[in-house]
Design a protein around this ligand. Structure first.
Ligand SMILES: C[S@@+](CC[C@H](N)C(=O)[O-])C[C@H]1O[C@@H](n2cnc3c(N)ncnc32)[C@H](O)[C@@H]1O
Length: 396
């Protein structure tokens, strides 16, 4: 039987699933090999896909926390560590369905494993999830070098079964936090995309290579993540400061590590009154993907009135209408993938948004239902009054 692997999704599981399908597509892999075990755990059963390839895939994903493999025989798995010369550091986690006595169960299992190692004269350290959590967080795993000095045993559980598995990789949370909070420039008033979401959106374009354009680049989250994934990029914005911020942030990113030989350009462009010379240049550029979030109004902390939501939505709508007019009539893009955000605002009388067909013509195929059975791809923080609705489009 081929080795089975699992991908554990982050908070926005439908979005993560769509991202996984898209990245599989980049590598020529069929989505049928992805089996849903729980809402956030996906099993991969395939003879054709190597562990190295799955690790490469995992490393480029924004919406996933863990990659691991299913353990066939727990005794054989544990035996490997009885030959280890140094102290074994191990952790235990339950992923998926939780049971009442899980905390006690994990403690008991951890202590049994410790005793087992002791019988082989091997010292071990057992890491336990924090508080009431049943899974170690990525920082615990990375900071204690669990995957180098030992293992994380994950118990995957759904309504029917329980599977033992071992973690291979965890998400580079620190990298995302650093890019979010330590880059030289961030324009909070204009709104900044979470880097993980930017990465998910770029991945949703399923592009092997090429140039990604963000026409509302702000301080450059999409360009930064595009560059890290090896794409060339174009970044434009109405605001000169945004161009400067993007350039400086990308320079900073390059100083942190090698971005490789990517080609990029940041320039001013008002989508509502596009400059002829810039349009001509865009027409002559091979754009493979467009990824963006437009200006969605000032940050809102409280529920707003319906009138206010209508005003904000009309502004976003007209910005998008201008963008699509320019893409269709002036630049004449063909064959591009586009991933964009339409906001929903929470008002006193419920959520308000607008439909994708209010801004795009039938020349643009909406691919959400192919990438996600639920069609609805949302990114929304708990208690937030704004939801980001993500759409995947293809200009035929
Ligand atoms: C929400 S921000 C984008 C944030 C960006 N994704 C980031 O993570 O930093 C929206 C951007 O749209 C730009 N913008 C607003 N109106 C525009 C227009 N007519 N043409 C081009 N850019 C515009 C704003 O200057 C702002 O930088």
């Amino acid at each position: 039987m081929p080795k089975q692997y699992f991908f554990q999704a982050g908070t926005f599981q439908d979005l993560s699933y769509a991202e996984l399908v898209s990245v599989f597509e980049i590598y020529g892999l069929n989505k049928d090999v992805i089996h849903k075990f729980t809402d956030d755990i996906f099993l991969i059963k395939s003879k054709e896909i190597s562990e190295d390839l799955l690790m490469n895939i995992f490393n480029r994903l924004g919406g996933f926390i863990r990659l691991g493999y299913v353990i066939d025989n727990l005794d054989t798995f544990l035996e490997k560590f009885t030959e280890q010369k140094s102290r074994v550091v191990f952790g235990l986690s339950v992923l998926g369905r939780r049971d009442r006595g899980d905390i006690a169960f994990l403690k008991k299992l951890g202590n049994e494993l410790k005793r087992g190692f002791k019988e082989y004269n091997i010292s071990s350290r057992f890491l336990f999830p924090r508080g009431k959590d049943l899974e170690l967080n990525a920082a615990q795993i990375v900071n204690n070098a669990v995957l180098k000095k030992g293992f994380e045993l994950c118990i995957l559980r759904n309504q029917e079964e329980e599977i033992y598995s071992s973690t291979l990789l965890v998400q580079d949370i620190e990298g995302y936090i650093k890019r979010d909070t330590q880059r030289p420039h961030s324009d909070i008033d204009m709104g900044v995309l979470p880097p993980k979401l930017a990465r998910i959106m770029i991945n949703l374009c399923s592009l092997k290579e090429g140039t990604i354009w963000d026409p509302f680049c702000g301080s450059g989250t999409v360009p930064m993540e595009s560059a890290l994934l090896g794409y060339n990029f174009l970044a434009s914005d109405i605001d000169e400061n945004a161009i400067y911020y993007t350039e400086e942030n990308v320079k900073w990113l390059n100083e942190q590590g090698d971005l490789g030989n990517i080609v990029y350009e940041a320039f001013r462009l008002d989508i509502s009154q596009p400059d002829r010379v810039v349009i001509k240049k865009l027409k002559n550029t091979n754009i493979s993907g467009i990824v963006c979030e437009p200006y969605m109004g000032p940050a809102q902390k409280n529920v707003i009135s319906e009138e206010k939501a209508d005003g904000l939505l009309n502004d976003v709508k007209s910005l998008y209408k201008n963008l699509f007019e320019m893409l269709d009539e002036e630049i004449g893009v063909r064959g591009v993938k586009m991933v964009l955000i339409i906001p929903s605002y929470k008002t006193y009388s419920g959520w308000k948004t607008f439909g994708i067909r209010e801004i795009v013509s039938n020349r643009w195929e909406v691919l959400n239902s192919y990438y996600s059975p639920s069609r609805d791809l949302k990114w929304s923080r708990k208690n937030s009054i704004i939801t980001r609705n993500i759409f995947i489009l293809h200009r035929t």
